[in-house]
Design a protein around this ligand. Structure first.
Ligand SMILES: Cc1cc2nc3c(=O)[nH]c(=O)nc-3n(C[C@H](O)[C@H](O)[C@H](O)COP(=O)(O)OP(=O)(O)OC[C@H]3O[C@@H](n4cnc5c(N)ncnc54)[C@H](O)[C@@H]3O)c2cc1C
Length: 328
């Protein structure tokens, strides 16, 4: 058996490469095994108009800092992959591409892990699983009951409005992906229904800066993960924000997207059923979230000298259904 590596990393995404950088600095022998290419998830699971919603000054790898001319701009997914590839090359990270780890076992007697791949086996004394937590789609149970004739896709498969069959589109879920895809479709002139979830929202810009600037300054990113866990043991979903500009239920409504409440199913083949009375409740929740979180996170921090954000009342009326159900 070959001598085991000090460590093995599964996945050459943002996390795996960052861990590899730290291991390289510490002089640990290791390999990063990647099933596809560096940044595979970003190459294959993002839509055409996608931009990261993390500004460039924050989209940096360990040891790096952004020094370009556009710190509050946003990378496309291709630009981000180029950044990852450059990082791996520049830092001489030992990445092995096109090598999926299919089985991982522990050999307690030898004190090593065995990683099996289609091209061979590797042993290591420690393993970091950095295979990503958001690259396997999870559909709600209800999806199974939908008619087969209805094309159902996940955000990882969505590319652009032209790639979808003619007709109206129901987007289920109003967080980052749902909001951005609904806007992408509406801007292309498609009839879009958005079934909303209990997601908060954030403004993209605040007091002349990107909201992330204030989040960083106020120490939001230094709060440990455990402090975000709610009484139900879960971490609330990330608020709707938008990448290049603010996307909110209000902005989508203004763009002609018909807002629905929680998706409850399809009736008579093509009629969407949703809890329509839910919409206002959900939009108020999102609005309250924006107000509460912004004031809580930045309004009282020293960077603002204690000046509080004045909340704006909701201006746009929402589509509330009526006698007719939306048809797909
Ligand atoms: C639509 C969408 C948009 C997002 N936008 C942002 C954003 O703007 N900013 C932000 O900070 N976060 C964003 N995220 C969150 C994002 O997932 C994380 O920030 C980041 O990509 C996680 O990095 P990672 O390295 O953990 O995972 P990934 O980038 O998913 O990397 C995991 C890697 O592991 C590889 N892999 C998986 N299984 C195996 C295996 N068995 N063997 C070998 N390799 C394997 C994959 O091919 C992949 O390259 C977004 C997520 C989604 C879904």
């Amino acid at each position: 058996m070959d001598r085991p590596f000090d460590a093995a990393v599964i996945g050459a995404g943002w996390a795996g490469l960052g861990v590899s950088y730290v291991m390289t600095k510490a002089g640990l022998s290791h390999r990063v095994l990647e099933r596809g290419r560096i940044g595979e998830t970003w190459l294959t699971q993002r839509w055409d108009s996608f931009h990261l919603n993390t500004p460039k000054f924050q989209t940096v790898m360990p040891g790096d800092r952004y020094e370009g001319p556009d710190p509050e701009g946003f990378y496309t997914h291709d630009e981000f992959v180029a950044l990852l590839e450059d990082y791996a090359k520049r830092c001489c990270l030992p990445v092995v591409t096109n090598t999926p780890v299919t089985v991982l076992t522990r050999d307690g007697k030898a004190g090593v892990y065995r990683l099996f791949t289609p091209v061979g086996e590797l042993t290591a004394r420690a393993v970091v699983i950095a295979s990503g937590s958001l690259n396997c789609a999870r559909r709600p149970e209800l999806a199974r009951a939908l008619p087969r004739a209805l094309l159902q896709i996940d955000p990882s498969v969505y590319r652009n409005p032209q790639a979808l069959p003619v007709g109206s589109v129901l987007v289920v879920g109003s967080a980052q992906s749902g909001g951005q895809i609904a806007e992408d479709l509406a801007m292309a002139g498609r009839v879009v229904f958005l079934s909303t979830g209990r997601t908060g929202r954030k403004p993209r810009r605040y007091r002349g800066r990107d909201v992330s600037f204030w989040e960083q300054k106020s120490g939001l990113f230094d709060i440990p993960r455990k402090d975000f866990v709610g009484p139900d043991g879960r971490i609330a979903g990330r608020p709707l924000l938008g990448a290049l500009h603010t996307i909110s239920l209000q902005s989508l409504s203004a763009q002609g997207v018909a807002l629905l409440g929680r998706f409850t199913g399809i009736a008579y083949g093509d009629q969407v059923t949703a809890d329509l009375d839910d919409v206002l409740r959900r939009s108020r929740h999102a609005q309250a979230h924006a107000r509460g979180r912004v004031e809580e996170n930045y309004g009282t921090n020293r960077a603002l000298n204690g000046r509080a954000l004045r909340s704006r009342s909701q201006r746009k009326p929402f589509w509330r259904g009526g006698s007719e159900r939306p048809r797909l």
